[in-house]
Design a protein around this ligand. Structure first.
Ligand SMILES: Nc1nc2c(ncn2[C@@H]2O[C@H](COP(=O)(O)OP(=O)(O)O)[C@@H](O)[C@H]2O)c(=O)[nH]1
Ligand SMILES: [Mg+2]
Length: 308
């Protein structure tokens, strides 16, 4: 079956060679990498929030069209502070993600370029195309300032091209995809043509729930909150999911539950709606909260929770 559709594609393309490759998205936390990935592939698979440590795992987002397949690699932001076991592990994920990719997107927030961004810049390969992506241009009133900003950053690195975008509004994201396309090597597809990510539904479900925890709680709830899927099964076309949110202290548990349990209810409802959209089917979601102390500092616990 796959063979036949491949041949069809080739005929339609009139000998345009198929291109496919890995595209790493790097930058310090909060510049909008995961938001950009979701818009590049047109589906929400990578969670986003204004909190710094939202993305903890590497995830592939796949976009396939007639002539090319893009495999985007979203990474946790490079952490320069608080080097506990979780953060050290995340930095390792960033560095190893840079190996074996054909194109790098180096993402900055418009008009912000400081030491933390330069730390990331130092890690970038010199022998591969690197595109400077200036994100959040919707927040810049005077667009003329973007030129000076781009020029200043380009003094520090030989970028292949510079593309200003607004990931949140999906502005110029198509232009960015086109800028990347020509840089992909000629190659067969790596994934199936209808794959959108390398992660399974169980993983995606736990991430969507963690996103809601991040979004619906204030800064007083620490970043160490984690989610474990305890049960995931199909009942006909419905997915039945039981999830546990792990927190450090009883006080954190109380914050998550909220007055009369309203906070937890809102978190669970929003997570379920996102899951139903992504999985394109009904979801029954049950959420528990468990208190477990110190997990972000324990290498053993991190392994149990599926961190690399
Ligand atoms: N105004 C604006 N905000 C954005 C844009 N892209 C992302 N954000 C916001 O920036 C925050 C961090 O985004 P996220 O994708 O999680 O950043 P990451 O840590 O680099 O993956 C979130 O609150 C996003 O909504 C953008 O183009 N414009
Ligand atoms: Mg992210």
């Amino acid at each position: 079956m796959t063979e036949i559709s491949h041949d069809d594609q080739h005929d339609a393309g009139q000998d345009v060679p198929f291109r496919c490759g890995y595209v790493a998205i790097v930058g310090r936390p909060n510049v909008g990498k995961s938001t950009l990935l979701n818009h590049l592939i047109g589906q929400k698979i990578s969670i986003t929030s204004r909190k710094a440590q939202t993305t903890r795992h590497r995830i592939h987002g796949i976009f396939t069209d007639e002539h090319s397949q893009f495999v985007f690699v979203d990474t946790p932001g490079f952490q320069t502070k608080h080097l506990n076991a979780l953060n050290r592990g995340m930095n390792r994920v960033v560095t190893t993600s840079l190996r074996d990719v054909q194109v790098v997107l180096y993402v900055l927030e418009a008009m912000r370029y400081d030491e933390r961004d330069k730390e990331v810049l130092k890690l970038l390969p010199k022998d591969q195309p690197v595109i400077l992506v200036i994100n959040k241009i919707d927040e810049v009133a005077d667009k003329g300032k973007l030129f000076d900003f781009a020029e200043r950053v380009a003094e520090d690195f030989n970028f292949t091209s510079i593309v200003p975008v607004s990931a949140k509004l999906g502005k110029k994201v198509d232009e960015l995809r086109e800028a990347i396309r020509g840089l992909l090597p000629e190659s067969e597809m790596i994934y199936e043509e209808d794959d959108i990510t390398d992660r399974n539904e169980r993983f995606l479900a736990s991430e969507l729930l963690r996103e809601k925890v991040f979004r619906f709680t204030g800064d007083e709830l620490p970043y160490s909150v984690s989610v474990v899927i305890e049960q995931f099964k199909m009942e006909g076309t419905m997915r039945r999911i039981s999830a546990a949110i792990l927190v450090d202290k009883d006080a954190h548990k109380a914050m998550l539950i909220g007055k009369k349990g309203e906070k937890l209810k809102e978190i669970a409802t929003q997570a379920r709606l996102d899951m139903e959209k992504l999985f394109d089917g009904k979801v029954f979601l049950e959420v528990f909260i468990k208190v477990r102390s110190g997990w972000a500092d324990s290498a053993q616990m991190l392994k149990t929770l599926g961190y690399e």
